[in-house]
Design a protein around this ligand. Structure first.
Ligand code: 13P
Length: 251
């Protein structure tokens, strides 16, 4: 089993172009010596091109926070996978809980975005996660299974092997509440076993499953020590070079 850890920063709707370029430079420096792990940052669309240029000679991947399901046409407000590739994006985040909850993105829409990303040789960072109500009702696993099945419908096992999954419990996002390492590991193991049923063991073993939700310098080491946690999708702590630099340098 050789899953290379991936630490990804989701900058959400933050930072000017100048601030983004400066932070990207610092992230590149913090990641310079790291070859046993990968680092990605996903800036806002306005800063994407400038950040991609800044990171060109670095080993940091550039992500986007979404991707259109068509390559061209009358889709006001959407950004095509070809346009993203054109500026050097390799990893679009798809199905983030903020897209699902605030913008009503459905499993079916998310599935179209994942499919288009794969078709255009982009690596989807496909997000799933339960709300606090779903967890308290004992429905965490059934919710995750349905998000996986619907979001990855029509994807074959060769394609699946190349995707990244981000498990982000909605109740842990931006709240300072992290899932305990045991809770996170248990859920990641469940996700991997579902993937194994949906595709096969070899695909499931190669898929990286990131944890997201209040990842910070003081909890990253314990999370990354878990067998089925292959990386982190970081929000708030990715906006400061000091904290993100420490997170990418997890022990
Ligand atoms: P926080 O790290 O701020 O909780 O955000 C997590 C997240 O949503 C990353 O996509």
């Amino acid at each position: 089993m050789s899953r290379k850890p991936l630490i990804a920063g989701n900058w959400k709707m933050h930072l000017t172009i100048a601030e983004s370029v400066e932070l990207a430079r610092l992230v590149a420096t913090a990641s310079e010596q790291l070859d046993d792990r990968e680092v990605m940052i996903a800036p806002a669309y306005t800063a994407l091109d400038a950040v991609a240029k800044t990171l060109k000679e670095s080993n940091v991947h550039v992500g986007s926070q979404n991707v259109a399901y068509e390559t061209e046409g009358a889709f006001t407000g959407e950004i095509s996978p070809l346009m993203l590739k054109d500026i050097g994006v390799t990893m679009p985040i798809i199905g983030h809980s903020e897209r699902r909850q605030l913008f009503n993105e459905s499993d079916a829409l998310i599935n179209k975005r994942v499919t288009a990303a794969l078709k255009n040789d982009l690596i989807p960072v496909f997000c799933i996660g339960e709300t606090i109500e779903e967890r308290e009702a004992g429905n965490t696993f059934s919710v995750l299974e349905s998000q996986l099945k619907n979001g990855l419908a029509g994807i074959n096992k060769e394609q699946a092997a190349g995707i990244v999954i981000a498990y982000e419990p909605v109740w842990a996002i931006g709240t300072g509440k992290t899932a305990s390492t045991e809770q996170a590991q248990e859920t990641h193991a469940f996700i991997r076993s579902s993937l194994s049923e949906m595709f096969d063991t070899s695909a499931a073993e190669s898929i990286r499953i990131l944890y997201g939700g209040s990842v910070k310098p003081d909890n990253v080491d314990a999370l990354m020590a878990q067998n089925d946690i292959d990386g982190a999708l970081v929000g708030g702590a990715a906006l400061k070079a000091e904290s993100f630099g420490r997170i990418v340098n997890f022990q």
